[in-house]
Design a protein around this ligand. Structure first.
Ligand SMILES: C[S@@+](CC[C@H](N)C(=O)[O-])C[C@H]1O[C@@H](n2cnc3c(N)ncnc32)[C@H](O)[C@@H]1O
Length: 186
């Protein structure tokens, strides 16, 4: 697909940064596509910590990881990514992925909320190890998503002052503002 979807692009950018045995975080497990990607990258000695506030999402993500036989590489946490610092040590995480918005095919009212997203991202920046990266897929195509995307982009922009290298990728010229990917690495 051209241009590549932000979700697919995130995998291409993050894959070379993850080493066998690494600890990584899926901050929004949803249907588990990113969880499976991360579980494949970390190898048998690595660990994925995967968060979601919806039991329904965790059931779906767990089934997808089970299909590929990698359940032993994933700790599923039924709770908000705001609490992720209780599950991993500061400066120890290779990659943290956020995919904002709602669970596709389900209740659109249960969605990431800008205040929690910003709080969790501030924590996430503290958890990444040197050489690691943080990714966020933002959805500015509807009003609440646009506000969230704008706030997240401003947060990433601000991190450049403390040595983070930041990039933004997304399609131009679409009917509605297209989803975009933010990546930060240090
Ligand atoms: C777009 S979906 C994620 C898609 C997923 N990455 C995948 O590959 O299938 C967003 C998910 O974030 C979850 N979510 C919303 N707020 C959350 C929070 N505070 N902490 C953790 N998960 C949250 C929703 O329940 C939803 O399942």
């Amino acid at each position: 697909m051209f241009p590549p979807r932000p979700t697919a692009l995130a995998w291409e950018i993050l894959r070379p940064l993850i080493r066998a045995g690494d600890r990584v975080v899926d901050a929004t497990a949803g249907n588990g596509y990113d969880t499976v990607f991360l579980a494949e990258c970390v190898g048998p000695d690595g660990k994925v910590i995967a968060f979601d506030i919806q039991e329904l999402a965790l059931v779906s993500a767990r089934a997808r990881v089970d299909e590929v036989g990698l359940l032993d590489r994933v700790n599923f946490i039924h709770g908000s990514h705001v609490g992720m610092a209780s599950h991993v040590e500061r400066g120890s995480v290779a990659v943290i992925m956020f995919n904002l918005g709602y669970l596709p095919g389900n209740d659109h009212a249960v969605t990431t909320e800008v205040a929690d997203t910003l709080e969790a991202l501030e924590v996430a920046f503290e958890l990444i190890r040197p050489g690691g990266a943080l990714s966020v897929v933002c959805y500015p195509g509807h009003p609440a998503g646009a506000l969230e995307a704008e706030a997240v982009e401003a947060l990433f922009q601000g991190k450049t002052a403390s040595g983070w290298r930041v990039a933004k990728y997304g399609a131009l010229g679409t009917r509605r503002p297209a989803p975009f990917l933010l990546i930060a690495g240090k």
